[in-house]
Design a protein around this ligand. Structure first.
Ligand SMILES: Nc1ncnc2c1ncn2[C@@H]1O[C@H](COP(=O)(O)OP(=O)(O)O)[C@@H](O)[C@H]1O
Ligand SMILES: [Mg+2]
Length: 294
């Protein structure tokens, strides 16, 4: 895999600042445990929809080239937390965060940061495959075109992105067909190819398999494992087996209910996946993973 994607990691989130690809290229060659700095550092994060606090006091680090799973019962704030990582929640009127998220040493919510650049660097794949009503080719080429990617290199970029998303062999002879002609699992891999095409360093996935059959699900899980050589992945899943199968670290969230009956999402436990599933420290985690709750 080339270092071009990793090189993007080092560029500042504010547009126009200088890039230092050589630094990150060297970093990419070092073993995982050696890579020092977290990709995201979340500190004392509260998230509000208007006056409603949906999550509170979240502190956690997300590590490079790992898959981090967010699990927990419905409504505990998994999607909300995930959307904080690429400022997708900014699009919701009245929503705001308190606390801090650092992304590669930069304040993600800093006043000089360009949220459009954030969403290019930190891509997102949703629960239901949502290809554009365009051809397979144009779905992948869409983002790069908007970013002014050279026309004469586009076909190569589309092929590379489809290859990385493990879809190329299935679609190479029908690139001009509508994306809707694909199966659900193929559409989801197309959405992953579309996310990859703009060269993000992080891919956020919100229950990416929940609309897929078991075979398509396994295919996406295999793909995620391949992709983590290059990308940092954060996945929300309600499927604990999936979290156990694919992730390196797991965060368990739940909804706390205060004495007024108001629910608020909290991070109960965050650890290496094997540890969290075999020797959880918190009883609430234990109850959840053993099916006594949730
Ligand atoms: N756009 C929104 N406006 C107001 N409240 C929301 C919005 N989205 C989610 N919520 C609320 O925030 C809480 C967490 O939701 P969510 O992050 O979707 O949970 P999960 O993904 O864990 O099921 C829930 O109480 C939900 O109703
Ligand atoms: Mg959700």
């Amino acid at each position: 895999m080339s270092n071009d994607t990793a090189a993007i990691d080092s560029s500042a989130l504010t547009t126009g600042l200088s890039r230092k690809p050589q630094v990150i290229a060297a970093e990419a060659e070092r073993p995982v445990e050696d890579r020092g700095e977290p990709v995201f550092s979340v500190k004392d994060l509260d998230f509000y929809y208007g006056s409603y606090r949906a999550i509170r006091d979240v502190t956690m680090d997300i590590w490079p080239r790992e898959i981090t799973a967010l699990i927990g019962p419905s409504g505990c704030g998994k999607s909300t937390l995930l959307r904080c990582f690429n400022r997708m929640n900014d699009l919701i009127p009245g929503a705001h965060i308190e606390g801090q998220i650092m992304f590669r040493g930069e304040d993600l919510y800093g006043s000089r940061v360009d949220p459009i650049e954030v969403r290019r660097r930190i891509g997102m794949v949703f629960q239901k495959p949502n290809p554009f009503p365009k051809t397979i080719y144009d779905n992948v080429a869409f983002g790069p075109r908007v970013n002014g990617f050279p026309r004469n290199e586009m076909a190569d970029l589309v092929e590379l992105s489809l290859r990385r998303a493990a879809l190329w062999d299935e679609v190479k002879d029908k690139l001009k067909q509508s994306a809707f002609s694909l199966s659900g699992g193929q559409q989801q891999r197309l959405c992953i190819a579309r996310a990859i095409a703009v060269k993000p360093s992080v891919i956020l996935m919100d229950e990416p398999c929940s609309a897929l059959d078991p075979i398509a699900t396994i295919r996406i899980e295999e793909l995620m494992t391949e992709l983590k050589d290059t990308y940092t992945i954060v996945i929300v899943t309600h499927n604990m087996q999936q979290a156990a199968r694919v992730s390196d670290r797991t965060a368990f969230l739940t909804a706390d209910v205060d004495d007024k009956g108001i629910r608020c999402g909290v991070l109960v436990e965050y650890d290496r996946t094997d540890k969290l599933f075999t020797t959880p420290k918190d009883k609430r985690t234990d109850d959840y993973i053993t099916g006594r709750f949730g």
